[in-house]
Every structure is written in C-alpha cells, then in structure tokens.
Write a protein that binds this ligand. Structure first.
Ligand SMILES: [Zn+2]
Length: 311
C-alpha cells in the first residue's frame, strides 16, 4: 500500500507543482471565468497542464478545485454539479501521473467571503459547502486535502473539520502571509502569525503545516516561515511561494521571478527542513523543472539529506 503523504515526506522531501490559475489563463481561460468548470467542460486542457508538471518532475499535484466549493461555484453560476467538478479534478490529476505513483492533493480554497458577524455567511453555510467538497474529493480518491490560502483560523478550522468528516487521511493547512509595511515580519490579512497558525493546526488535527501565496512571501521569506513553524511544531512543512511579485503588463498580470531566480532559494528551504516545496501564482512547468534539477542534486548527497533530516 502507498505510504501516507505525511509519512513519505518524513523520509525525503517531495516536489509539488506550480500554478494552476495562471496556466489556465495561458490555455485560454478568460479572466473572471470559472476555471474549475473546465474539469468537466475542457478536461483535456486541465490534463495538459498537470501532465506538464508531472513531466517537469512533480511528485504531488494539487487538484483544479481551488474555487470548487458550492459557494464559489454559485458565484460563477456553475454550481449544477459541484460533486462532478471535484470528482473530475481528482481523476484528471491521477491520469496526469500516468504510471507514476504520485500524490493527488485535493484543493479547498477560501469560500471567498467573510463569516458573520463581519460578513453575510454563517458558519453552517461554509461548513456545508466545505464538507460537500471535501467528501467529493476524498471519495474520488484524493490522497490528501489541502485547505489553502487561508487568512483566518476560523475558516481554516471549518476546512480541517470538513476534511476530517470526509475521512481524509492527510490534511494540510496552508496560510497566506503578507509581509508587513515596514518589512520586518509577516502575518495573514487577519493578523495571524506563523507560530499561532502552526500551534492551532496541530491542536486541531492537521498533518502538515503549510504556507502558500501571500504578498512579499518569496523563497527567502518562506524559509523564515518554515523556521518559525518548526519552532512551534514537529509536523512536516510544505511551502508554495509565488513566482515573485505580480506586475501589470499590457493589462495582463505577470509574475517577475524567472525559474533561475526562484530556484536560488530552494537549497536554503531544503536545508531548513522543508518537506514539500511547490510554487503558487505565476509559476510554470519551467519553474518546477528547475526545482527538480536542484532538488535531485541536493538529495544526491547523504550529507545534505542528513542536514535536511536534522533541521
Ligand atoms: Zn498564489
């Protein structure tokens, strides 16, 4: 039987994948349209993107379901088949691996609003949407669930509990941090610092603590976040930094870090003991290919592997 993801990454680090959203745009998705609906309407395009990540060396693929909860799909008038959208996403990711025995991580992104009393959504509404999505992903065979780009512990907790209710064997909590204006530290939009997030995730039964996306959270900052996580918890750590900063060029959002620039931060992340490294917005199969090359070089040395283990 395949090892659980949280066990496999204690033996050696694994490589995640790169961006989905920006790749869907390159494949023809119009800004503002529903990328998750493509799991049913344009599955071969989603498959093409994920195959390129597998070819580039990804060990883990995140499903194209970031906005696949009923609340998000309803905004796009695409909520007719919530279960189908999520199921298809798991099947596509599995197919993209072909013969390779990779890990399919079912993605749950933010529901995209605020909870009462600040917003108009009740905890029950969000819980029912996340439970429906988590169940569809787990039933379709996802190896893990990631609750991604989270800024509030309240929403994160609903996500973790929904994944538990769905019977997920591996649950990843992933926060989006923003570097503060003076550049001295980082916290989520809702003011959560990494130590607090890591402690909270561990207490509530997550198996992997993670960070993704955010503002100013490039590879070097991600390394600081990993160190701060590891001061709080012994759980494995996953990071997915953006490919630099977004810039508006000809009315298109372009991220400014090339694979060569970004990959410079990879060895320090591994030396800090990171268990899964992938990348978020703006990254491409070329970024992941560069990561694969440097990660393999790093892992070829027993001394490096020891340094990673004892970090
Ligand atoms: Zn991102």
């Amino acid at each position: 039987m395949k090892m659980l993801l949280q066990d496999a990454i204690r033996q050696r680090p694994l490589l995640g994948d790169g961006a989905m959203g920006t790749q869907l745009m390159f494949a023809g998705l119009e800004q503002g349209n529903c990328g998750e609906a493509w799991n049913l309407m344009q599955p071969e395009r989603v498959l093409g993107i994920q195959r390129r990540y597998v070819e580039a060396g990804s060990d883990c693929l995140i499903t194209n379901t970031f906005g696949g909860s009923r609340i998000m799909l309803t905004r796009h008038s695409a909520a007719d088949d919530v279960v189908g959208v999520n199921q298809a996403a798991v099947e596509i990711a599995r197919e993209a691996f072909g013969d390779k025995d990779g890990y399919v991580i079912g993605d749950i992104g933010p529901f995209g609003g605020l909870l009462e009393p600040f917003g108009e959504f009740t905890v029950d509404q969000v819980r029912s949407a996340f439970e429906e999505q988590a169940k569809a992903l787990v039933d379709a065979g996802a190896d893990a669930i990631i609750i991604e780009t989270q800024t509030s512990l309240e929403e994160l907790l609903i996500g973790i509990q929904s994944a538990q209710a769905a019977g997920a064997k591996c649950i990843i909590g992933s926060m989006a941090y923003d570097v503060t204006l003076d550049g001295s530290t980082f916290r989520t939009m809702m003011g959560i610092e990494p130590e607090r997030a890591a402690g909270f995730m561990e207490e509530n039964g997550a198996h992997i603590v993670a960070l993704n996306c955010g503002t100013g959270m490039e590879m070097e900052r991600a390394k600081v976040a990993v160190e701060r996580y590891k001061q709080t918890t012994k759980l494995p750590v996953m990071v997915q930094p953006n490919a630099g900063k977004p810039q508006l060029i000809n009315m298109k959002v372009v991220y400014d870090e090339t694979p060569e620039q970004m990959v410079k931060g990879l060895v320090p992340l591994l030396e800090a003991g990171t268990n899964i490294v992938g990348s978020c917005c703006g990254s491409t199969p070329d970024h992941i290919r560069a990561f694969r090359r440097v990660m393999d070089e790093f892992l070829a040395s027993e001394e490096n592997l020891n340094r990673w283990r004892t970090a």
